[in-house]
Design a protein. Structure first.
Length: 240
């Protein structure tokens, strides 16, 4: 067991080094929840477990306030987020971003943040709802295709936000491209479940969260790149 763990850590370090050379930095160190906390708290709940370089939400441990969405300590404006996710059968989660953690106004991450859906499309009830399937911009934009892998297999998701240009990439396939905060985007929100939610989707800087939806989900290789100047449309061209 010790030998296998050591091997996993070596591989993890090699992957992180490769990505760092391309401008990405890890925001999950593979060993602890340093840099993250449960929404509205100062530390991460015990339901978020680190296992061999993987971050696992264990619903069985989410008792007595130990669950909740896991949120970055840091806020991000223009960024390229890349990570791997895996769900158990019938599981649901999400990657939520541009979160404003003002607890007096917003009790949950999704009160302000936009979400890339993470889902067992075939096993979870949300899979039957348009714009609620894996890779969708949740309840706002349906994926142009569905390159989601089978339950039990790892998916690689990318979220690129650049001066209002939003791009989702799932397993190497561009699935959502849109512009945030303009009149067309406001019209999308007005037709969604978020209509009338004060503060939803308006923030241009915010935190990133991994959602506790009450089911098993795993994340790994959580990396981010930030820019000071934005000259390209999506941030995904030329292997970025």
């Amino acid at each position: 067991m010790i030998k296998n763990t050591f091997l996993v850590l070596i591989i993890f370090a090699m992957i992180q080094t490769t990505h760092a050379q391309r401008g990405f930095k890890p925001i999950f160190d593979g060993e602890t929840t340093t840099g993250w906390h449960t929404y509205g708290k100062t530390t991460a709940g015990n339901a978020w477990k680190v296992e061999d370089g993987i971050l696992h939400f264990d619903p069985a441990a989410a008792k007595d306030g130990q669950g909740g969405d896991l949120v970055t300590d840091k806020e991000y404006t223009n960024f390229h987020l890349k990570l791997d996710w895996l769900v158990a059968p019938k599981s649901n989660s999400g990657i939520i971003f541009y979160i404003n953690e003002d607890l007096e106004k917003y009790k949950n991450t999704y009160n302000t943040g936009l979400e890339m859906q993470v889902l067992d499309n075939d096993g979870h009830p949300d899979g039957k709802i348009e714009k609620h399937r894996g890779g969708d911009l949740y309840d706002l934009i349906k994926s142009t295709s569905e390159p989601v892998k089978a339950v039990g297999e790892w998916n690689t998701a990318e979220i690129v936000c650049k001066n209002g240009k939003l791009t989702f990439v799932l397993n190497g396939v561009f699935v959502v491209e849109t512009t945030l905060w303009d009149d067309a985007f406001k019209a999308l929100v007005a037709k969604s479940k978020f209509a009338g939610w004060e503060g939803f989707g308006i923030f241009k800087t915010g935190k990133i969260a991994l959602q506790d939806h009450g089911e098993n989900v795993w994340y790994r290789n959580i990396l981010i790149k930030e820019w000071n100047t934005m000259n390209i449309t999506t941030g995904c061209e030329n292997g970025m």
